[in-house]
Design a protein around this ligand. Structure first.
Ligand code: ATP
Ligand code: MG
Length: 385
């Protein structure tokens, strides 16, 4: 019987929590494959999918599920010497050199791995008279995996999955999602570490267009492939930006904007049970992402950590991940982001906390934040993949 054999990623590290991680992974797989025909079972260390129609579609969906290390299309037979031998007698080798590798996960199977590999090698040589064994650089490898469910799996190739931890096992967080290249990548990277994300987008309508907002919804759709549905909180930042523009020194504009974004993000986190803020900042990329600027931004946050997975990445590394998750083409569409609307010519590169605080005294912060929160609109973006 044809099956898809799935291997876990890092779950083996998780000791007592292992069951929780495995169950979450199984649920995430079921969700991802909903609507398709298949059967799912698990045996210690492996998940097995059988009775499916569309192998290609299943594989393409499974490779978006975090927590899976790799998968193989495998034939399942009863784990007895006789059935395994029969199976091997019918293998037609395509190349001239080969190797058999045996993994005897079920230690009750009576023949040891090395002995079984040698024996099956002989079986193959008998039915493929031009073939030769090459243990070091074989052109073809035939793998046999004997599992504790009494079945043996035979396959030749593995497809690498994305690794990471099952979505949700690290908790929930809020991604600050702009229309740019970096923040969708940051979201992808944190979802990969098991964080289920909601997203927060600030728009500056009517300075920014409805297309700019649609672009963010489209980016959230790309994220939903890995994160399941994305609750996208949209907040108008127009009044905040106008107030800063009127009252504060232009060189501090971005710092003040970012501090207000962070305060609003923290409130949304606390209201929705989200335990961290995620941003796409990368050290030194722009004036607002110097160490000093980040210090000034972060200073307003009290109750949640800020995760910045892109902090150490070069732009070309971020771009290649952005392409990998299908976000790049959307991110480079030319619509204005709220941050670019009032962009000052000479932002400070090394702001100090006291300077930002002094600028903020010119504003009625609480009122601005409350007004902004009242504009909140929630868009639920589904995983359509
Ligand atoms: P990106 O490519 O993600 O837009 P960027 O290089 O343009 O990043 P900034 O504009 O300084 O950098 O923004 C840094 C981070 O702040 C973004 O990665 C994002 O997490 C957050 N951010 C910026 N603008 C917005 C916005 N309009 N709504 C929500 N979050 C935002
Ligand atoms: Mg941006």
């Amino acid at each position: 019987m044809k099956t898809i054999l799935l291997r876990f990623g890092e779950l083996f590290l998780k000791g007592e929590n292992r069951h929780y991680f495995e169950n979450t992974l199984l649920n995430n797989i079921r969700k991802k494959l909903s609507g398709l025909n298949y059967k799912l079972s698990s045996t210690q260390g492996r998940i097995i999918i059988s009775d499916f129609d569309d192998e290609e579609e299943l594989v393409s969906k499974l490779t978006t599920v975090f927590g899976l290390h790799s998968l193989s299309i495998a034939d399942e037979v009863e784990a007895t010497q006789e059935t395994i031998t029969d199976y091997f007698k019918n293998i037609k080798l395509e190349n001239s050199t080969f190797k058999v590798e045996v993994n005897r996960a079920d230690k009750k199977f009576p023949i040891k791995s090395m002995d079984l590999a040698a024996y099956l090698g002989d079986v193959l040589l008998k039915s493929n008279c031009n073939a030769k064994v090459d243990l070091y650089t074989p052109q073809q490898k035939i793998m046999l995996d004997i599992r504790a469910n009494g079945k043996a799996y035979i396959y030749q190739k593995s497809v690498l999955c994305r690794g990471g931890l099952p979505l949700g096992t690290s908790g929930k967080a809020l991604l600050l999602l702009s229309g740019g290249i970096d923040s969708p990548v940051a979201g992808y990277l944190m979802a990969k570490r098991g964080l289920k994300l909601e997203a927060l987008h600030f728009h500056s309508y009517p300075y920014t267009s409805p297309e700019a907002k649609q672009k963010v919804v489209d980016l959230a759709k790309k994220l939903a492939v890995y994160n399941d549905e994305v609750k996208l909180h949209c907040i108008s930042f127009t009044k905040v930006q106008e107030a800063i523009h009127q009252k504060c020194s232009p060189e501090f504009m971005i710092n003040i904007m970012r501090r207000i974004m962070m305060r609003i993000a923290e409130i949304i986190c606390n209201r929705n049970g989200l335990g961290a803020i995620v941003t796409g900042e990368s050290l030194g990329q722009v004036a607002s992402q110097t160490m000093q600027s980040i210090t000034v931004t972060e200073n307003v946050i009290k109750s949640v950590p800020v995760f910045r997975p892109c902090i150490a990445m070069d732009k070309d590394e971020i771009i290649s991940l952005s392409k990998n998750i299908g976000a790049f083409e959307i991110s480079i569409l030319p619509y204005e982001d709220c941050c670019t609307v009032f962009l000052p010519k000479n932002p400070v590169i090394k702001p100090k906390i006291y300077q930002a605080e002094k600028e903020e005294q010119k504003l009625n912060l609480n009122e601005l934040i409350n007004e902004a929160l009242q504009t909140e609109e929630l868009i639920v973006v589904k995983d359509e993949n």
